[in-house]
Design a protein around this ligand. Structure first.
Ligand code: B1M
Length: 212
């Protein structure tokens, strides 16, 4: 078994200490942070996701895997940041109202920070107005909203509506993402950009900030 497969397996078994040790070993062996993230941690999380869908594992197992994911990615964070460039600006990021999923959002944060962008992370279950307040207070030109549930996708639209109501829509670009979100949904709610994963989100965020 390769070290990346070992990381994936340990995460699926919920072995946080083992995940941490293996991730450190992979770093020491010279594997890139992006590879460890994608082919080790995210690969394992994807297996857990499939099993969760099929009722083969349940919320407790998923939570334990999520803790492994967070422990492993904490080691990768400084490495992803080293690959970044000059500060480009400040953005606010959050998982929308009613939604508690934060693994993808945290990866988005790491990748975006890796581009030299300052990220204000509002956390999960963020009230739509909070994004507006944050953008105004911190002069954020970009707002990043994540949603993982089909039931919370409408909250992405609500965030955009709150910016319109506040007369602040022209001051910001709004990016949306998360597993159930699509380009056509993003277009239908008037978002400025949609990206399917954290790496492309970071690319797009940097591109938009450079263009402002
Ligand atoms: Co939940 N959950 N969950 N869950 N969970 C899903 C999303 C689900 C698809 C599982 C399933 O049934 N197949 C399903 C949603 C179905 C639907 O909406 N149609 C689901 C459900 C139903 C639920 C509950 C309702 C279950 C229940 O209680 N009965 C409940 C809801 C709680 C709530 O939010 N109110 C719930 C709870 C949980 C846990 C708490 C147990 C846990 C979350 C732990 C945590 O986040 N701290 C959890 C998890 C882990 C999952 C799965 C298994 C994995 C999600 C994940 O972290 N993936 C998930 C199944 C799945 O996705 N296969 C599932 C890894 C992560 C890296 O990917 O978040 O997609 P993701 O992020 C990606 C991209 O989407 C993208 O970049 C990331 C990395 O590349 N991205 C963006 C994300 N945000 C972006 C923003 C951008 C751009 C890209 O621009 C701004």
């Amino acid at each position: 078994m390769s070290i990346l497969e070992e990381i994936s397996s340990a995460l699926q078994r919920g072995k946080r200490k083992e995940v941490t040790q293996l991730v450190q070993q992979a770093i020491d062996e010279g594997l890139s942070a992006a590879k460890i993230l994608e082919e080790g941690l995210l690969a394992g999380m994807s297996v857990i996701g499939g099993k969760f869908k099929n009722n083969e594992v349940f919320v407790p197992e998923v939570l334990v895997a999520a803790r492994c994911m967070n422990a492993g990615s904490a080691l990768l964070k400084p490495l992803l940041q080293e690959e970044g460039a000059e500060p480009l600006g400040t953005v606010c990021l959050g998982t929308v109202k009613g939604d508690l999923h934060d693994i993808g959002k945290n990866i988005v944060r790491m990748m975006v920070e890796g581009k030299g962008i300052n990220v204000i992370d509002l956390g999960v279950d963020v009230e739509s107005e909070k994004f507006v307040e944050c953008a105004k207070e911190n002069n954020c030109k970009l707002v990043l909203c994540s949603a993982l549930l089909t039931t919370t996708m409408p909250a992405l639209k609500e965030v955009i509506e709150k910016f319109v109501e506040a007369g602040y829509r022209d001051q910001v670009k709004i990016m949306v993402g998360g597993a159930p979100v699509t380009q056509s949904f993003a277009d239908s709610i008037g978002a400025d950009a949609y990206t399917p994963d954290a790496a492309s989100c970071a690319e797009k965020a940097a591109e938009l900030l450079r263009a402002m």
